[in-house]
Design a binder for this molecule. Structure first.
Ligand SMILES: CC(C)(COP(=O)(O)OP(=O)(O)OC[C@H]1O[C@@H](n2cnc3c(N)ncnc32)[C@H](O)[C@@H]1OP(=O)(O)O)[C@@H](O)C(=O)NCCC(=O)NCCS
Length: 203
């Protein structure tokens, strides 16, 4: 029997031709998905925005977006396909955004997440985001509060050391082996607001 080669993860800029796949993940991930044209308009007109996709074997398994306003980076959207979760794809993508923010001379990275979205909160905490405030009744579907999470300054040595430790662990981690059938309702439904300044990352 011939062993299957390990699956490779590639992270690259989102393109217009990616939008059908992105939309499918969006709808499976958020209770209030961005309207279909939001990503198109972001890619075509928003020069402050960077959108990335993660591909495994050519198919999109995760995506996210970040706005850079002066020296503030703000993650506006972030999701992993339900069948590809818990395989460190969220981590790989978040690390790519932290690297991008640093390359673009951002001071720190911030985002909003639903208070109840514990999985996402743990992911962000793992990478050095800390709660810094609340936006009361931020999500209109259930009036849930948003937790604002921000990193320490990206050049802080303690944060740098943490990120580099996690990068090494990710490099040593096994590649994704999915897709798997999710065993629970995958919709968590937090996002940021649809693109209208200022953006936020959970809907
Ligand atoms: C949140 C989300 C992006 C995580 O992606 P993922 O690829 O499954 O996460 P990873 O496998 O990279 O997990 C990395 C870390 O995140 C945390 N984590 C992720 N999912 C978790 C869950 N369901 N429960 C608890 N912790 C979780 C863990 O700390 C994990 O590290 P560990 O395995 O060492 O404990 C994904 O669940 C998702 O797309 N959810 C729906 C959309 C969403 O909520 N987006 C965020 C909006 S702000």
């Amino acid at each position: 029997m011939v062993a299957r080669p390990p699956l490779k993860v590639l992270i690259e800029a989102m393109r217009l031709e990616d939008l059908d796949e992105v939309e499918r993940i969006e709808e499976a991930s958020f209770t209030t998905p961005w309207p279909p044209n939001a990503y198109r308009s972001e890619l075509m007109t928003n020069r402050l925005a960077s959108y990335l996709v993660a591909r495994v074997d050519g198919r999109i398994v995760a995506y996210g977006g970040m706005w850079l306003m002066v020296d503030e980076a703000h993650i506006t959207t972030f999701a992993v396909h339900p069948a590809w979760r818990r395989q460190r794809l969220g981590e790989r993508l978040l690390l790519a955004f932290l690297d991008l923010a640093r390359d673009r001379a951002a001071r720190e990275v911030t985002l909003e997440v639903r208070l109840s979205n514990l999985g996402a909160r743990r992911l962000y905490e793992k990478y050095g985001f800390r709660p810094v405030g609340l936006r009361p009744r931020y999500y209109s579907d259930n009036n849930e509060d948003a937790l604002i999470m921000t990193t320490e300054p990206l050049d802080n040595p303690r944060l740098r050391a943490r990120i580099e430790r996690l990068r090494v662990a990710l490099d040593d981690a096994p590649p994704p082996s999915g897709p798997f059938e999710p065993d629970e309702d995958p919709t968590i439904g937090d996002h940021v607001a649809p693109p209208a300044p200022p953006p936020s990352a959970d809907r």
